[in-house]
Design a protein around this ligand. Structure first.
Ligand SMILES: [Zn+2]
Ligand SMILES: [Zn+2]
Ligand SMILES: [Zn+2]
Ligand SMILES: [Zn+2]
Length: 158
């Protein structure tokens, strides 16, 4: 074999670079076949970079470090989920559409009377024991006052 037939390949990466995730040494071949991803000065196999929450392979999709300078990442969805406030009722992330009431966040659809599960009329509610009740249910169920009778009386007086 003559020297001419031997292709000289420049090393693309230093030899002591490891995939931050699986700790295997990254090879020139990995680099040449586009299998390596560099994020924040750390090298990863594309296939090794998974969302730390849903385990989806991140590949080239935008990904977010769990903490600043962390080499643990989340996909955009899981990042959004982790950083948005949790709904006080169902404990799931609220994302954009949410109601803020008595120092808690709620999905619009979750913010309803704890007793009758109906949404509040005019956003009027009474807070009791960490839950929100519409006036009727609050007086009837919590205070045990039958408001329907009271109302009838008021109407009659008018
Ligand atoms: Zn790896
Ligand atoms: Zn994810
Ligand atoms: Zn909810
Ligand atoms: Zn109610």
């Amino acid at each position: 074999m003559s020297l001419n037939t031997k292709r000289l390949q420049k090393p693309v990466l230093p030899y002591n670079v490891h995939c931050k995730s699986c700790t295997t040494t990254l090879t020139r071949q990995d680099a040449q076949t586009g299998k390596i991803l560099k994020i924040q000065d750390e090298m990863f196999h594309k296939s090794c970079l998974k969302c730390s929450v849903c385990q989806k392979t991140l590949g080239v999709t935008p990904c977010y470090p769990v903490h600043a300078f962390s080499s643990v990442f989340r996909c955009a969805d899981c990042h959004r989920a982790a950083t948005s406030p949790k709904c006080h009722a169902c404990k799931l992330p609220t994302f954009e559409k949410c109601v803020s009431a008595f120092n808690a966040y709620w999905h619009e659809s979750c913010f309803k009377c704890r007793w009758c599960k109906k949404p509040f009329k005019r956003q009027e509610y009474v807070v009791h024991d960490g839950g929100a009740y519409d006036e009727d249910c609050y007086y009837r169920v919590v205070e045990k006052i039958d408001m329907s009778n009271t109302r009838i009386k008021i109407v009659q007086h008018d």
